[in-house]
Design a protein around this ligand. Structure first.
Ligand SMILES: NC(=O)c1ccc[n+]([C@@H]2O[C@H](COP(=O)([O-])OP(=O)(O)OC[C@H]3O[C@@H](n4cnc5c(N)ncnc54)[C@H](O)[C@@H]3O)[C@@H](O)[C@H]2O)c1
Length: 449
């Protein structure tokens, strides 16, 4: 088979190497952020392995199967090293990162103590917060501003100071703040153009959530932005337009970690073998602060929407009405404090086989929410920094792999199948590095035989 060259507009031929320090900006310094930061420090000091991180542990196949070229991804593409990451962020609580990590109880105290000094040095900056969007928590560490544009400008000043004080070369932002209340306002005129959005920020339009103010600040400064929650944030047309203007990669939304990760593993398998689906009931208990916020029905609604959308795009009920035209999908999340971050999910899946005969599948996942999320955030910030150096801007669909509800061009359906997402990501890395895209047909091994 002949060599194919893939040329993509905007792709830089010689990607700038990941030299110097990379600043990681985290709005929301709770369980996920503190588990990420403590984990990176522990791993960099040789106290643990970065399990769950594709950038750190996975290898990528290059060329033909019989050539045995399987470099580590972090050696194949130039990524910032763990020692070169510097963390900063905002929260409504004043606790430093050591206290936040202790409070959420994910990493044991004796391990946290190994990196206590470094964690204590990270104190959250005052947050841009609005209790109308996150109802079940409140804290004193907030900026006081006349309007949302002023709030965005203060965030930009925080970023500039952070960069200067730490002599950073580049910045990346990942929203790890609470889930905001659901609002179906994607089509609101304020969100359609940069001009409208900037006017609305100055006029303090009430439907602009804090996460969108952070996204605006980052994108305006050309800082790559990922959204780890279901909030309406970086994906509005105004911010996609701004991202194109400022050459900023953006990605989202809602980290794909526990139950939804498993859903996007199992559903493609059922569909590949043409097994039908009659119903999928998913329930969860969790007791961390995230669970407390989700106890508010309006925040839960945001989660329900992102969690609920994955089956539809995988199963394509429009193409397979006999198999998937009439399934019942229900999701419950219950706040149950005794479990803390140790979430438990149950899935009952009613499927059908030959002649429509019913069968059942049960999944009981005893997972650790932040243990699954921390490597996702690490990969996202490193890949977004790579995207920026590679000249990619706007929506980074190749990072769908990490999200429950991948943002994409409005006329496209998102890709939720984990295996397609994996290929999408790997082939993008091959394209970035000028390597051949792998189609997995294997036909070329048998040509002429
Ligand atoms: N852990 C997972 O597996 C997972 C998966 C998908 C999505 N998420 C999302 O990631 C986010 C973080 O999860 P977590 O478990 O760390 O939650 P958490 O409650 O422990 O931390 C979130 C922090 O954000 C802060 N916050 C809220 N609004 C803020 C604002 N406007 N500015 C600055 N800080 C703000 C809160 O005070 C809190 O400390 C949540 O939205 C959660 O839904 C987590």
């Amino acid at each position: 088979m002949g060599e194919t060259t893939y040329e993509y507009k905007g792709l830089v031929k010689n990607i700038a190497p990941a030299k110097g320090k990379l600043g990681i900006l985290l709005p929301g310094m709770g369980a996920v952020s503190s588990t990420l930061i403590a984990g990176v420090y522990l791993i960099a000091a040789g106290h643990g392995k970065p399990i769950g991180s594709v950038t750190q542990m996975s290898r990528i196949r290059l060329g033909k199967r019989n050539q045995a070229r399987y470099p580590l991804i972090k050696e194949f593409v130039s990524l910032a090293g763990l020692d070169d990451l510097v963390f900063g962020g905002w929260d409504i609580y004043e606790e430093n990162c050591y206290q936040a990590a202790l409070d959420c109880g994910v990493i044991p105290k004796h391990e946290l103590e190994l990196v206590k000094d470094k964690l204590e040095a990270i104190k959250p900056w005052p947050a841009v917060f609005d209790p109308a969007f996150v109802k079940n928590i409140s804290g004193p560490n907030q900026k006081k501003t006349a309007n949302k544009m002023e709030a965005a400008e203060l965030l930009m000043r925080d970023m500039e100071n952070f960069k200067k004080d730490n002599q950073l070369d580049r910045l990346v932002m990942c929203w790890c703040g609470s889930t905001e209340v659901y609002q179906d306002k994607m089509n609101h005129e304020a969100f359609q153009t940069v001009e409208n959005l900037e006017k609305a920020l100055k006029e303090n339009l009430e439907i602009i959530p804090p996460s969108m103010v952070y996204a605006y600040a980052a994108i305006r400064m050309g800082v790559p932005y990922a959204n780890g929650s279901p909030n309406l944030s970086g994906e509005i047309p105004a911010l996609v337009e701004l991202a194109a203007k400022t050459g900023t990669p953006i990605a989202g939304k809602d980290f794909k970690t526990g139950q939804t990760l498993m859903k996007t593993v199992i559903a493609p398998g059922l569909k590949a073998r043409m097994l039908g689906l009659r119903g999928w009931f998913s329930s969860n208990i969790l007791g961390n602060r995230d669970g407390e916020v989700l106890d508010d029905p309006d925040s839960f609604r945001s989660k329900e929407v992102t969690k609920g959308s994955v089956l539809e795009s995988i199963l394509q009920d429009d193409l397979y009405p006999d198999l998937y035209g009439n399934y019942y999908h229900k999701i419950r999340i219950e706040y149950y404090p005794p479990r803390g971050d140790e979430k438990e999910g149950w899935d009952n899946i009613d499927i059908s086989g030959w002649l429509g005969q019913p069968m059942q599948l049960k999944v009981n996942f005893l997972c650790r929410d932040s243990i699954l999320a921390a490597p996702v955030v690490l990969d996202l910030v490193l890949f977004l920094d790579l995207a920026k150096r590679a000249g990619l801007s706007g929506i980074q669909e190749w990072l769908s792999f990490y999200f429950k509800s991948p943002i994409c061009r409005p006329d496209l359906k998102p890709e939720n199948d984990l295996f397609i997402q994996d290929q999408k990501m790997r082939n993008t890395l091959r394209i970035i590095m000028g390597e051949e895209v792998i189609d997995h047909s294997g036909l070329d091994y048998y040509e002429g035989s």
